[in-house]
Each structure stands twice: as structure tokens, then as C-alpha cells.
Design a protein around this ligand. Structure first.
Ligand code: ARG
Length: 459
């Protein structure tokens, strides 16, 4: 049986099934670069304090760089006994530089090592994911800017409510994604503290310079409590929540587009690049990309809730349950990275049917405007709501459009109606009237675009 890093006190062999059960190398190998940079800086800190000589430090660093090279060239050979990325790298380092490799782990535990690796890893991955979020915002904003003149029905309860600009709808998602981006960049700052130098749990015995290591590794500072340093996985939980909430936004956006791409709506059509056909029905063009986005949100919530279940009952400090933090985190990073890029792709290539959107507006969607007309004539809003409601009913009874009601018809409901009521029956006017900041008028939409563009520019 291969020699275990921790085998000193063991006489019996580990059940091979247990070996496989215990191993994390098949997933934590993707943190190899974080593990190696952590070890390089740790070697420097050991030498700085005279725990190893400068010559030994250089040997270790040279060896670690070779190990890194092997991972990068895909020539690293895993061996039985490489239970995780930490043991694998140390085993290989020993083969390359000999017994000095045994000095690297002085005062260090895999407990502070793995916590450090993960923070380095997620910090970098989160930065890449953040770039995908910003790309998506910029796709939404430039589409909104190009299509400000497109108007469509706005919905509440999926019932036809009021006319809005298509751009206003797109921007409503851009604002959500901007909040996602801000949360993620705050997250990257918040978690950027170093566990290394905490030992297994109780702290480091050789007074290693933790501030030096923090600085070398790009951390803002050190984690002040060693027990906390080795067992805190809030940075995993928080990323998973971030990912879940961002997937909520993507999923709701996907749902809007799925509805709008149905034959009954026909507002949008997905590009071929993001659709698939049916193996049986030749006419089908299915929005699979959007359905997968909606479906994958469930998967990410599973990553979060699964991890929370593993995390909640763990006593102080490190326990092997914590190894279960990696697969959900990796899965969420991969899923978010893919989903954000697909969403950008779908949105930038989608075609819209502006005529269909406009043709789907009907004058009953101006009933509120009719009430507002009376408000302008001095009638209290509560009354105007009833009167406009009666007008809706009248048109419904006559099976006509609201705009077909004559001034006389309306005057039968309230004497404040005059000839100028005909101006109410205009969708653009209704939209332009909503020009208080935040509204759907052209001016307020353009100002949102300005704000988002300058944010994108500055961030
Ligand atoms: N593979 C382990 C993990 O991911 C590394 C830490 C192991 N520590 C230990 N005391 N067994 O959590």
C-alpha cells in the first residue's frame, strides 16, 4: 500500500473503498495553482524566520515551480495515495527535490492550507464570473439603447397592464445584474483574509510572519483567530447564495423570454445558435437555452442548500465534512460562468418583432390614463378609478375598443369628459407621461442607460 502522509500512528491498512471515499483529488486538483503559490509563499516565510535556510527555500520553490509546470502541461502523474491536491503536490515535490520537501509542511496543517487554497481560488474565479456579469449588463444596456422606440404591453400577474418600452423591461434586468455585480465585488473584498499560519487549529508555533504571507498572497490581512481560520466556510456559503440569487434573476429573465417567444406572443425569436429542433415535429424551434437557464437555477439552489446542510452541524473546528464544500462551490462557479455567457449570447442575438409587440397593445391598457385624464380635470382619483372602470365595462358590453366610446358615452359617466379625451387613446403618450425618474418614458429610459453606462465605465 502507498505510504500515507499521515501514516505514522497507523498499523492497519485502510479499506480501499474508504480510500476512494476519503479522496478529494479528482475534484480538488483544479486548485493546484492556488496550492502551489500558497506553498511558495509559505517556504519564503519559513526562511524569513530561519526555520529553513535560504538554500532550502530556493530548492523548495524551484521544485514547486516544476510541479506547477507539470500540472500546466498535463504531465502530472497521479499516484495511489494522492488523496488530495495537498498530498499530491507534496509527494511530487519530494520526488523532485528529495528530503528537503519534508520541511515544507513545518507548522502548517492541511487545515489552514486548504482554507487558504480555497480563498485564493474563489477570489480569482469570482473575478472571472464578475466579468461575465458585466458583459451581460453591457449587452442588455446596448440593446436597450438601440431599441428605445419599441413599445409593448407591460404585465402584472401576467395580465395585460400598461404600455411600456421594451428597453425599460431590459433595463429592469440590467439593474438586478448590476446589484449582483456589486454584491460580488464586495464579496471578493470581504473574504480576502488569510487563514495560513494558523496551524491545525491552535495557531502557529514558530511565530511565522502571517502579515508577510498575507501581503505576498494579495490578501488584505490575516484572519485573527486560528480556530475560525481553519473552520470558517462562510465564504463558500456566501458565494453559493450569491450564485443562487443571480440565477433567480437569470431564470426569471429566461421565463419572460420563453413566454414572449411562444407562438401566442411572438414578441421575440431566438437565434438558431441558441435553439434546438424536435426529433419528431419538423416545425419546432425550441428555446432550450432559456429552459436550461431556468432549470440550472434549481441546480445552484441545490448546491447552496446541500452545502448548508453539511455545514450546519459541524463542531469546532476542522472536520472532514468540510471537504464537502468543494463540489458545490465548483459546480456553482461553472454553472454561473456558463449561464451568464449563454444569457449574453441569447440576448445579443435575439430578434424582436416590434410590430407584434405594438399590435398587442389594446386601448383597455389605457384605462388608468383615462382615470388620470379626469384627475387632471380635478376629479379625485378614487372616483376616477370607478368611472374609468365603468368605461371598461361599457366597452366590454358593447364588444368595442375603449377608444371607440364616444365623448357622449363618456360624458354619461362623468361630465368632466370633453373632446380632448380622444388624446388619451395613444400608447406613446401614455408612455411619455410616465417621465418621473424611474418611469418608462424615453427621457427616463435614456437617463437609466446613461447611469448604467457610466457605472460600467467606472467599474
Ligand atoms: N482534502 C481535505 C479537505 O478538503 C484537506 C484537509 C484535510 N485535513 C485533515 N485534517 N484531514 O478538507
Amino acid at each position: 500500500a502507498p505510504k500515507k502522509l499521515w501514516g505514522g500512528r497507523f498499523t492497519g491498512a485502510v479499506d480501499p473503498l474508504m480510500d476512494a471515499f476519503n479522496a478529494s483529488i479528482h475534484f480538488d486538483r483544479r486548485m493546484y495553482a492556488a496550492d502551489i503559490i500558497g506553498s511558495i509563499v509559505y517556504s519564503k516565510a519559513l526562511a524569513k524566520n530561519g526555520i529553513i535556510s535560504e538554500q532550502e527555500r530556493d530548492l523548495l520553490i524551484e521544485g514547486l515551480e516544476k510541479v506547477q509546470d507539470e500540472w500546466e502541461k498535463n504531465t502530472f502523474q497521479l499516484k495511489p495515495g494522492d488523496e488530495d491536491i495537498h498530498t499530491a503536490n507534496e509527494r511530487r515535490l519530494g520526488e523532485l527535490v528529495g528530503s528537503v520537501a519534508g520541511k515544507l509542511h513545518t507548522g502548517r496543517s492541511r487545515n489552514d492550507q486548504v482554507a487558504t487554497d480555497m480563498r485564493i481560488w474563489i477570489r480569482e474565479e469570482a473575478t472571472k464570473v464578475l466579468a461575465h456579469v458585466k458583459e451581460l449588463i453591457s449587452v442588455a444596456v446596448s440593446r436597450a439603447e438601440r431599441e428605445t422606440d419599441v413599445i409593448m404591453p407591460g404585465y402584472t400577474h401576467l395580465q395585460r397592464a400598461q404600455p411600456i418600452r421594451w428597453s425599460h423591461l431590459l433595463l429592469s434586468y440590467a439593474w438586478l445584474w448590476k446589484a449582483d455585480a456589486e454584491r460580488l465585488s464586495q464579496y471578493i473584498e470581504r473574504i480576502n483574509y488569510l487563514p495560513l499560519g494558523s496551524g491545525a487549529l491552535a495557531g502557529h508555533v514558530f511565530n511565522i510572519d502571517r502579515d508577510f504571507m498575507a501581503q505576498e498572497l494579495g490578501f488584505a490581512g490575516i484572519i485573527q483567530n486560528s480556530l475560525n481560520a481553519v473552520s470558517d466556510r462562510d465564504f463558500v456559503a456566501e458565494f453559493l447564495f450569491w450564485a443562487s440569487l443571480t440565477m433567480v434573476h437569470i431564470s426569471r429573465f429566461a421565463e419572460d423570454l420563453i413566454i414572449y417567444s411562444s407562438g401566442e406572443f411572438g414578441f421575440v425569436q431566438l437565434a438558431d445558435a441558441y435553439s434546438t429542433g424536435s426529433s419528431l415535429m419538423p416545425q419546432k424551434k425550441n428555446p432550450d437555452s432559456l429552459e436550461l437557464l431556468r432549470g440550472k437555477s434549481g441546480r445552484v439552489f441545490g448546491d447552496m442548500s446541500g452545502f448548508m446542510m453539511s455545514y450546519k452541524g459541524i463542531p469546532s473546528t476542522y472536520n472532514k465534512d468540510l471537504q464537502e464544500d468543494k463540489e458545490p462551490l465548483f459546480d456553482a462557479v461553472d454553472t454561473l460562468s456558463g449561464s451568464l455567457q449563454i444569457t449574453s449570447g441569447v440576448l445579443s442575438t435575439l430578434s424582436i418583432n416590434a410590430e407584434k409587440m405594438k399590435a398587442s397593445l389594446s386601448t383597455d391598457m389605457l384605462a388608468t390614463d383615462l382615470a388620470e385624464y379626469l384627475v387632471r380635470k380635478g376629479v379625485p382619483f378614487r372616483e376616477t378609478h370607478h368611472i374609468a372602470g365603468a368605461a371598461v365595462k361599457l366597452a366590454e358590453d358593447r364588444k368595442c375598443n375603449m377608444s371607440d366610446l364616444s365623448v357622449q358615452d363618456l360624458q354619461g359617466l362623468h361630465n368632466a369628459f370633453a373632446e380632448d379625451v380622444s388624446k388619451v387613446w395613444n400608447f406613446e403618450t401614455s408612455i411619455e407621461n410616465r417621465n418621473t425618474p424611474g418611469g418608462t418614458s424615453k427621457k427616463t429610459v435614456l437617463s437609466q442607460i446613461d447611469l448604467l453606462k457610466s457605472w460600467l465605465h467606472a467599474s
